[in-house]
Design a protein around this ligand. Structure first.
Ligand code: PLP
Length: 469
């Protein structure tokens, strides 16, 4: 398999060449030159596989330039009951009435991002050991992504992580989760300021080409292709867990921000998994819901992004969306370039009157959005009906998913975080705190390790230079 860019300006490259990269050199996103399609009977043959076995069956189709034995070993080392707290890795739980919860949040940081990032950590380490190179990952976080990246990269040879976060602005749980890491390759930098100050500092440091090259600065942001690929696996796992007929259509409801999770579902469908609908749920930041309803993709200014109680979906634009649009416009890179040019100049593009509007419908996507009141009501309702507590993001997905319920078609709702990460909202909904999984009870009392700094790029760069791999 070769990878190309959605903007057409990259020579087809093998997986290993795009693994460590972010954007393609032409500013587009990397994508397979063609999706692998399942052979007849192939899906049936996957019943009974372990998660790692299934991941191997699927990922080897996308990663064909790492020796088979090595890739299998990396996958086996990633998807263990030790790291994900159950043999199933992504267990399904019935919510009753043909509705299921797909548990994606049982990894180290209790959010679904671990599923991809844990694999990414092992792939990065493997690639760097092969080339003898090293990597200094620089990032900014307001909570979830940073901790997931740190837990994936901790103790990895050749890799250091420099993660900027706004001082005293994350939840106590999130702060403790990151700052209690004692690994010598993890550097938490608490910035006196807000998240945007952190983000600006990262951008300024990354824009210094000489600094970037000299210290091998990289990122682990959500546009990384390997993250999308790793997420394809659990769509198959969820489907296999609740079906016994090989053509049984199932719908998935996915709480969405950067379009990474549901993009993987879309690719699973393109590979031949019988997915009926991909139900995309947003919170009040409804950029994507607007697109799937109207055909208009209108990005927001950063100061228009609302701070909601499902904060990991508070986005101004969906960074993975270009992959879907590339397919939608029949893989015409010229057209993609034009559309993103329109975003630059006018802030939106409009496919409502175009031939592609029907293709949006045909793609299987439907969408809706959810508000704070909706998620509180959903958390209450699910708890009353089943005794299960879901987090705010998961609640957004369930709320919208149930609006698209269809007779005879099971609905799988993705659980993207555990409720303990968002205790405040759970308390508001249920007047009780969710239970903590074993091992996390004392998190806030562990010793914390971080460096406090001003949002001063010179000072931050000096710190990285001093501690770089
Ligand atoms: C990141 C995140 C999302 C959104 O996922 P995307 O891949 O950006 O669409 C949803 N829920 C939680 C808990 C997250 O951390």
């Amino acid at each position: 398999m070769r990878y190309i860019s959605t903007r057409g300006g990259m020579a087809p490259a093998p997986f290993s060449d795009i693994l460590l990269g972010g954007l393609a050199p032409d500013g587009g996103l990397t994508i397979p030159d063609a999706y692998p399609v399942l052979a007849p009977g192939e899906l049936a043959g996957w019943r009974g596989l372990s998660y790692a076995g299934l991941a191997w069956a699927i990922l080897r189709k996308f990663i064909d330039d790492i020796p088979a034995g090595d890739l299998r070993a990396l996958i086996d080392k990633t998807y263990t009951a030790d790291i994900f707290h159950s043999e199933a890795i992504t267990p399904v739980t019935s919510l009753g009435d043909g509705v299921w919860l797909l548990g994606l949040s049982n990894g180290p940081t209790l959010a679904f991002k671990d599923i991809a990032l844990q694999l990414l950590g092992n792939l990065f380490e493997y690639a760097l050991l092969k080339t003898g190179g090293h990597l200094n990952i620089l990032g900014a976080t307001s909570g979830d992504t940073g901790s997931s990246a740190e837990y994936a990269m901790r103790g990895k040879r050749g890799i250091r992580v420099f993660m900027l976060s706004p001082h005293q602005k994350m939840s106590r749980f999130q702060t403790a989760q990151m700052f209690s890491l004692q690994d010598s390759n993890i550097f938490n930098i608490a910035i006196r300021g807000v998240f945007d100050d952190c983000q600006d500092a990262v951008k300024a440091a990354s824009n210094d080409a000489e600094f970037k090259a000299r210290y091998c600065i990289g990122t682990v942001n959500s546009i990384n292709w390997a993250r999308v690929a790793a997420q394809i696996v659990y769509y198959f796992k969820g489907w296999l867990a609740i079906t016994d007929r090989d053509d049984q259509p199932v719908s998935f409801a996915i709480p969405s921000g950067n379009f990474g999770n549901i993009c993987a579902g879309y690719i699973a469908k393109r590979m031949g998994l019988p997915i009926h609908r991909l139900i995309l749920a947003t919170n009040e930041n409804n950029v994507l819901d607007e697109f799937f309803r109207t055909g208009i993709y209108r990005v927001r200014a950063t100061d228009q992004v609302l701070h909601t109680s499902s904060p990991s979906m508070d986005i101004s634009k969906a960074s993975n969306f270009e992959r879907f649009i590339f397919d939608l416009v029949d893989r015409d890179p010229e057209r993609v370039r034009m559309l993103w040019q329109q975003i630059e100049t006018q802030g939106f593009f409009d496919l409502s009157g175009s031939v592609h509007f029907q293709a949006i419908r045909d793609s299987g996507f439907v969408s809706g959005s959810s508000t704070h009141q909706d998620r509180i009501a959903t958390i209450r309702r699910i708890y009353q009906d089943s005794g299960i507590i879901v987090d705010t993001h998961t609640a957004d997905g369930i709320k919208v998913g149930l609006e698209f319920r269809e007779e005879g078609i099971p609905l799988i709702c993705a659980e993207t975080a555990l409720p303990t990460k968002f205790e405040e909202s759970i308390f508001q909904a249920l007047n009780r705190a969710p239970e903590r999984p074993a091992g996390y009870e004392q998190l806030e009392t562990l010793p914390q390790r971080f460096t406090l700094m001003d949002a001063d790029v010179t000072q931050i760069k000096a710190f990285i230079a001093q501690h770089a791999a």
